[in-house]
Design a protein around this ligand. Sequence first.
Ligand code: FAD
Length: 361
Amino acid sequence: MAPQPFNITIIGAGVAGLTTAFVLSQKPKYRVTVVAKFMPGDYDAEYASPWAGANFWPMGAPGSEQAGLEEATWPELSKLANEHPESGVAFEKAYIHTRVEDVGKAGSLFAQSDNRMPWWSHLFHDFKCLDQPRLPAGIHSTYEFTTVCINTAVYLSWLLSKCISNEVIFKRAVVEHVADAASLHASSKPADLVINCTGLMARYLGGVEDKTVVPARGQVVVVRNDPGVMATISTTDTKNNGMAYMMSRPCGGGTILGGCYQIGNWNASPDPHLAESIKKGCLAMYPELTQGNAVELSVIRHGVGFRPVRPQGVRIEAERVKGVSVVHNYGHGGWGYQSSYGSAAAVALLVEREAEVKSKL
Ligand code: FAD
């Protein structure tokens, strides 16, 4: 007798939900339905995924769970850049500048006080720490390496289409309570398991209501100017506009200029003053953005997205809620793409365990 399929409903069609659906749907025994309020093609500040740069700049502290998820994701993203250019993932040169005053204070992406190379340097075959004499005044050092940049509009749609090829069914719905999602499976039978990939909105989802998840507001300016590289400069003042970063999205996606990281700020409208200061910060960091002449930045759009920050870290965990088996996968803050495959693999292990238990009943 053929084994019974294991029915799964995933709530959420951001990068977490789509990657989880993509990974699980590669196993024929899983029948996956994705239910979401927002889907690829939509733009809303509470739907973080379209607003991301997005790139792979490891940010987890050495030895942390986040670092492990990032490390596990890199081979998958670099494989996509090598083998699937149509996914919107492409290699790009990155320059990470650390200011003298920020050494050891700006996080593990930047230079540390012991001058040790970052834990993630081994991931990149061409990683170099450029010598001080070759850099502008005020900069302690620059890391140079080739990473990936993701055109999120193309990539989210690519994930969606891969899922559809694997027979994942997509539905629009706003789920009130996490356990309700079990009854939304496309088979019309109750799902065996619900996966919660609701990002920031895990804060309000009934049965979860995780008030530790907060928005870290990110404002971006998307321009047509194409520097062809990505760059950032360290800061310890992320709240206002201390941050300056830029990256050129592949497949004609324009260049993202950012930004800010305003914890607890729910303002979904772009602030025009902040937009000006973002432009100035990026031009100061990389004047070549306007090709060294007075050409204005050509703005495609201004945007705001809320990073789903969970200060204690991502929640990848199984529990039972109102008798329904639930696996959580939310709270990826500003690193949801660069941890997406590592997170989906961790979820897949928990799902496997649940499916095994069910098969023995
Ligand atoms: P979301 O994308 O927010 O998706 C949540 C999904 O759940 C949506 O489909 C939503 O509609 C659905 N949902 C929620 N509640 C319900 C409900 N009750 N019923 C039905 N559906 C529901 N990350 C990187 O790795 N690299 C970067 O360079 C990067 N840059 C960023 C720059 C900015 C400006 C921002 C804002 C973020 C950036 N990030 C980056 C972070 C990344 O975007 C997020 O970590 C990631 O998008 C989170 O994905 P998610 O799927 O968990 O959440």
